[in-house]
Design a protein around this ligand. Sequence first.
Ligand code: ARG
Length: 517
Amino acid sequence: MSAGVEETDIASPLNSAAATEGTGNATKATRPTAPTSRTTGANVRAGGPTRTPRPANGAAGATRPPASRAPGPTRTPGPVRGMPRPAPSGTQPVGYKSGRRSVLRRYCVPITTTILVLASIVVIAILVKVVLDNYYYFCLKSFKFIPLDKWCDGKSDCSGDEDESRCVHRVEVDSRSSVVRITEQASLLQLYMISTQQWSWICSDSWDSNKAKAVCTQLGFSGDPVFSHVPTTEVDTRSASIFSTVQQLSNRELQVVPVSGGRCPSGTLVSLRCTVCGASHKRERIIGGSDSTIENWPWQVSLQFMGQHVCGGSILAPHWILTAAHCFKGQEQVDRWRIQVGMAKLTFLFGSQVDKIFLHNQYVYDQKPYDIALMKLKNDLSYSGSVQPICLPGFNSNLPPSATLWVTGWGNTQEGGSLATILQQVSIRLISYETCNSQYFNQIQSTMLCAGREAGGADTCQGDSGGPLVSYGNSSRWEQIGIVSWGDGCGRPGKVGVYTKVSSYLDWIYGVMKREL
Ligand code: ARG
C-alpha cells in the first residue's frame, strides 16, 4: 500500500519529536498541513529542499542545500504544527493506525533488543559452561576452579575434599560375614551357624514372610520376597550338613535352631527369591550377532559417560546395576554417568542419574581379575515389560560343559569398528578352562569364565564390557553367569571372550547392596 509507505517514511523524525512533546498521536493531530506527498510537504516548508533519492554510495551530503538553510531536518518534514492534519487522499483517516505503529515501534524495538541481548548472554553463558565443564571442575566451597584431571584423582584439591567426594569407591566385603546363601537348584535357602561353623538347610516349619524379609535384608534386597516349599526328597541335600528352623528374635535377628532327628518335620525346605527376576519373552536364545528387542533382554542397560555409550550393564534391583570395574578407568566422576534402560535403540537423552559407584577393592585398572562393579541409582527404576531385573546365580552354580549362553550389547560390531545402534544378541558356548588357558597363556583364573566359539565370528567387543552373559537356568528363569570383561581382539579364531564369573562374587555383590540398605 503506497500510502503506508509514505507514512512510514516520514514518521521517523516526527516520532522523535513526539517523544519530547507528548504522545505521538496528540502531536500528529496538531500538526498542520500534513503533506499528501513529499513534494507537497517540501513546498510547505520555506526553504526546504525537494527530497531527492539518496545516491547509492551514500554521499547524500553532496546534494544538500547550503548552510544558510533554516534549521530542520534535510528529510521532508512532517505537517506544520497547529494545523489539523488532513487525511491522505484516497484513504480513510490514519491517526489510529499510525498511532498503533508508533506504539509498536516504541515497545517492540526495545523488547526485541532486550530479547536479543538476553539470548546472546544465554548463548555465551552456555559456551562458557561447556568450555569450563570440559577443562575445569568448580569447587563450590572454596570457590575456585581446578583442572579436570584433578577431579577424582585420589588427592584432595578443594576444601572439604569436595573434588574427591563423588567418585567411585572401592569396597571390601568380608566373605566370612555372609551368613545367607541360595542354591542354584530350586533357589533353596541355607543359613550359616556361627557356633558350629556349618551351613544348614532351612525347614519350612514356622517359616513366614517376616522371616523371608529378614533374610533378604541380609542379601541387600528390600522388596517383597517370594518363597515356596520344596520336598526334601526332591533335593540333593549334600551341600549343607544339617537341617534347622528359624526363630525370629525380638530385635529382628534370626536364630538358627537345628531340628532334632536331623529331618524337617514338614518334610519341606524353604525356597526363597528376594526378587522376581529373569523373566523375558524369550525362551532360548555382537560380532556375528543380530538385532534384538529390549523385551527379550529387559535387564540390559547402557552406561553412558558425558553422553557417550561406554559399557553395558544389567539391572539387579530397582536401584542396582551390575557392570565391569574397568569401565570406570579415567571416568570416576559419579555425576557424569547416566544409565539408559528400557530401550533397544541407543539413545542419550534422559538417562537415570547415579548416586554411587562401587568397584571391587582388589581391582586394579589394566589388570584382569576382580573386574566387577556396582552402580547405585539415585531413583528406583520402575519395572515394565522392557525394564526387569536379571537373576543372580546360586552359590553352587555349575554349568554343563559347552552350555549355551547368550550375550547382549551395543558394542562394536567388528574389531576396530563402530557401535551398534540397535541392541545386538549372540548365542555362544561355555568354553572349558583348559581350552581357554591354552588360548590365553594360563591367565584364566577360577573367578573368570570363557565363552565364545573356537572358530571365532561370534563374540563380544569394545563397548559390550560390563554387559550380561546369561543362561536360561533350570528354574526357567534367565540368570547372569558372567560380566563381559576382556579378550584378544574380537571374534578372532582361537581367541574367545573372557568374562567375570558372577558366582565367585556373590558375597561381594550382596555385601555391597546390604551396606547401602
Ligand atoms: N574390554 C572390552 C570393553 O571394554 C570388552 C572386550 C571383550 N572382548 C572380547 N573379545 N570378548 O568393552
